[in-house]
Design a protein around this ligand. Structure first.
Ligand SMILES: C[S@@+](CC[C@H](N)C(=O)[O-])C[C@H]1O[C@@H](n2cnc3c(N)ncnc32)[C@H](O)[C@@H]1O
Length: 267
């Protein structure tokens, strides 16, 4: 990433002395960002670089950074509920998403997983993502474009489709498929035809009844097509140091979803 200065129109992550984060768009240089610790003038940010420091009108120190992907996901506009970064990280390694992979995704939702996939597949890879709801499709498109503008990386190619996966898909030979839908068992027939043998299907579900239904459907109707790799839940606990005390934080995101993976069998 180039070492460039902040300018009007950029998104900047402000971190105050308590560690609270604010993702802010730099408007014109006469404007300011106001929060309970004072006012940060955009004129003070413009021309500064990532890692620099500014001070609020109340003398509070504020760091300036570009958001990382997980910081961005937690701050970006949400249509549908996102997959949390703790799960995205694990999904990418469990599903073995590699550089150059061709990936199918549904639904796009707010585009959180899509961003993780686009980064993982890199410039030789491709993500084809289906979202049936127009408003979510637009939110995801905007979220993805905004982050790609902040972080000029070698992103994978994206084909975003405002289409119901039920209507079928145009392409085949995907290396990986990701279903973050409430009823993935209704899409096994479509995914079965779209995935390469040895390809991996990952489903993400919030409740055990859905997981049970999915695995039962595979056992009953698709045991010759999919091999169950595993069912996982990821627990992540944040810790904090305050003076001489080092302990877990009081609050945690306790439950998000289950990750279920299958390998495509060659018939
Ligand atoms: C939980 S959200 C996905 C969130 C996304 N993984 C993220 O990280 O931002 C589920 C999405 O699937 C979409 N969806 C549900 N059924 C669908 C279908 N049959 N075809 C395409 N999209 C569908 C919904 O509109 C919703 O936006």
């Amino acid at each position: 990433m180039k070492d460039k200065s902040f300018k009007v129109g950029d998104l900047v992550l402000l971190i105050d002395s308590r560690g609270k984060k604010y993702l802010v768009k730099i408007k014109d240089k006469k404007a300011s960002f106001h929060f309970h610790r004072g006012e940060v003038r955009f004129a003070d940010i413009i021309g500064k670089k990532e890692g620099d420091v500014v001070f609020t009108s109340k003398g509070e120190r504020v760091f300036l950074f570009l958001p990382t992907l997980w910081e961005y996901i937690l701050k970006m506009k949400r249509g549908a509920q996102v997959i949390y970064p703790k799960d995205i990280g694990e999904i990418l390694i469990l599903a073995d998403v590699f550089c150059g992979a061709k990936v199918l995704e549904a639904g796009t939702g707010s585009g959180a997983l899509t961003l993780g996939l686009l980064r993982a597949v890199g410039k030789y890879g491709k993500v084809v993502s289906y979202e049936k709801r127009k408003e979510f499709f637009e939110i995801a498109k905007n979220n993805i474009e905004k982050f790609q503008k902040i972080r000029k990386e070698e992103w994978g190619k994206l084909e975003l489709k405002n289409k119901d996966l039920k209507k079928g898909i145009d392409e085949k030979n995907f290396d990986r498929a990701f279903l973050d839908l409430p009823d993935p068992w209704n899409f096994l027939e479509i995914v079965k035809k779209a995935l390469k043998p040895g390809g991996i299907l990952t489903c993400y579900l919030p409740t055990v009844l859905q997981v049970f239904n999915l695995v039962e459907t595979v056992e009953e109707k698709y045991s010759k097509d999919f091999y169950l790799m595993g069912i996982y839940e990821i627990l992540k606990r944040d810790w904090q140091k305050r003076e001489k005390s080092l302990r877990p934080k009081d609050r945690m995101v306790a439950h998000t979803g289950f990750i279920i993976l299958f390998k495509k069998i060659n018939r």
